[in-house]
Design a binder for this molecule. Structure first.
Ligand SMILES: [Zn+2]
Length: 130
């Protein structure tokens, strides 16, 4: 174990981008095998090589910069996905709709009939069926 620790000393290691590449590579490998796509299988080798290269790299500042660029794209995408998932999960109890004036997303409890809604953002008043 000490030999491995010495080997990894000063190397970058695993970060979010490497994990994302690893999981994407595994999913692509599975799909490529399921549909007999030889070119995609070759591409997954490139992805796995990139993972190994990033983990073993001694150029830590470059790897950190790559990870920061990745997170700038990944975090908003993840937040959007989690938001949509929560809407689907709670859509049994809440009705989601947009303000006709400013397009602000609003939610109201279901089964209350026609209700008068005041938009929190632009104070526009409208009637909405729930
Ligand atoms: Zn509004």
């Amino acid at each position: 174990m000490n030999g491995f620790r010495n080997f990894m000393n000063g190397r970058y290691g695993v970060d979010q981008l490497t994990l994302f590449l690893l999981i994407s590579g595994m999913v692509l490998t599975f799909l490529a095998n399921a549909f007999d796509l030889y070119a995609v299988t070759m591409f997954t080798f490139v992805i796995f090589f990139a993972c190994i290269y990033r983990v073993m790299s001694k150029n830590i500042s470059s790897r950190q910069a790559e990870n920061i660029k990745f997170l700038k794209l990944y975090n908003p995408a993840r937040a959007w996905t989690v938001g949509k998932y929560n809407i689907i999960k709670s859509s049994r109890y809440y009705k989601y709709f947009k303000c006709p004036h400013c397009k602000q997303e609003i939610r109201a409890p279901r089964g209350r009939g026609k209700i008068s809604v005041t938009c929190q953002k632009c104070k526009n008043k409208f009637v909405q069926k729930t």
